[in-house]
Design a protein around this ligand. Structure first.
Ligand code: NAD
Ligand code: UFG
Length: 328
């Protein structure tokens, strides 16, 4: 299948593009490089441009004979979204809507969307199933939930068939290719912990040690980026076979506290990791763990890296080989 991978120069998108090639599909990456990296696109064609540029998207669809799209473009810093909601709504909703219109006006009706566990807000029960109440606490989470709603109505009115994938915490790197996580600024726990192990940061600050969890720190469900990528291929292939629109959670169903993550990172890296205890980060739920049974049952999704240690090993390999990320 010829697939337009919007946001394919980013962390998750670069792994989706690579996995598409491995499965015999042809990715065409569109990315404006506002956050992504040209070097992260290791397979398929790369086009630099904005997903909200409708004329460009229509031209690409026609010239490249695009059959389906994956939409990973977004701003995704939860804290920044609170202070700059307009930036988030314009990119995550406005540009996404323009992208959808370019697709439907060009007759492309298979769409996979990067959604997030942030649509749930503070969970009422753990693990979190797909039909759990949605109360996003940030403009970022709200933008993703809004886009899920737009997709539902585009399906009803225009037959836009979609699968929205709600990722929990993406982590790790492809074990073979030279791609990995390089966000600027980096806000995610695992890369920050590993940069501390490398001596690039003096310490990791744990945001909050008074949560109602076993060791007082937040608990998250880490999922390997290749396992996420695999789910995109399964979703695209299901849509190609006529599957109905739906939404799936993607996680391993197992939670690790921030302190546990640091301990595993110490073991994997063999390095000292200095820890500083700090206040809570506003908006962080205490525990986020997915129930991902539906995608396992319906699409046969089977994570290859369910253990945190393996996930961190692949991330460590990337960070050790690329201390400055894609720069240098
Ligand atoms: P990322 O920033 O590395 O990738 C996003 C890519 O989209 C970047 O390459 C950026 O340049 C591009 N982009 C953004 N706006 C664009 C626009 N208007 N036109 C063209 N390109 C544009 O982020 P990521 O961590 O790879 O996340 C990918 C997606 O997954 C995002 O939608 C994010 O909200 C979602 N998500 C990520 C996580 C996670 O743990 N990283 C968890 C849940 C959901
Ligand atoms: N943390 C620290 N210190 C740091 C960085 C993070 O203690 O320097 C903590 C956070 O407070 C949180 C945990 O590590 O308790 C995980 O934080 P991340 O920033 O790595 O990930 P989040 O769980 O906040 O966010 C991720 C994605 C979002 C998505 C969310 C949904 O980045 O896009 O998962 O679960 F919305």
């Amino acid at each position: 299948m010829k697939v337009l991978v919007a946001g394919g120069a980013g962390y998750i998108g670069s792994h989706v593009g690579l996995e598409l090639s491995r499965w015999g599909h042809q990715p065409v990456v569109l990315d404006n490089l506002v956050k992504g990296h040209r070097q992260a696109v290791v397979t398929g064609k790369f086009i630099q441009g904005d997903v909200g540029d409708k004329a460009l998207v229509k031209q690409i669809i026609q010239e490249e004979q695009i059959e389906a799209a994956v939409h990973l473009c977004a701003y995704s810093l939860v804290g920044e979204s609170v202070t700059e909601p307009a930036k988030y709504f314009h990119n995550n909703i406005g540009n996404g809507l323009s992208f959808l219109d370019a697709l439907r006006e060009s007759g492309v009706n298979k769409f996979v969307f990067s959604s997030t566990a942030a649509v749930f807000g503070e969970p009422e029960k753990i693990p979190i199933p797909e039909d759990h109440p949605k109360n996003p606490t940030s403009p970022y989470g709200f933008s993703k939930l809004t886009f899920e709603g737009i997709l539902k109505f585009y399906d009803r009115a225009y037959g836009m068939k979609y699968i929205a994938l709600r990722y929990f915490n993406a982590a790790g790197a492809d074990p073979e290719a030279a791609i990995g996580e390089d966000h600027q600024p980096e806000s995610h726990l695992i890369p920050i912990v590993l940069q501390t192990a490398q001596g690039l940061r003096p310490h990791i600050e744990i945001f909050g040690t008074d949560y109602p969890t076993s060791d007082g720190t937040c608990v998250r469900d880490y999922i390997h980026v290749n396992d996420l990528a695999q789910a995109h291929i399964l979703a695209l292939e299901a849509l190609a076979k006529g599957a109905d629109s739906t939404i799936y959670n993607l996680g391993n169903g197992q939670g690790y506290s921030n302190r546990q993550v640091i301990e595993v990172a110490k073991k994997v890296s063999g390095k000292v990791i200095s820890v500083k205890e700090g206040p809570r980060r506003p908006g962080d739920p205490a525990v986020l763990v997915a129930s991902a049974n539906r995608i396992k049952e319906e699409l046969g999704w089977k994570p290859q890296y369910p253990q945190l240690e393996k996930i961190i090993e692949t991330a460590w390999r990337w960070h050790a080989g690329h201390p400055n990320g894609y720069e240098g």
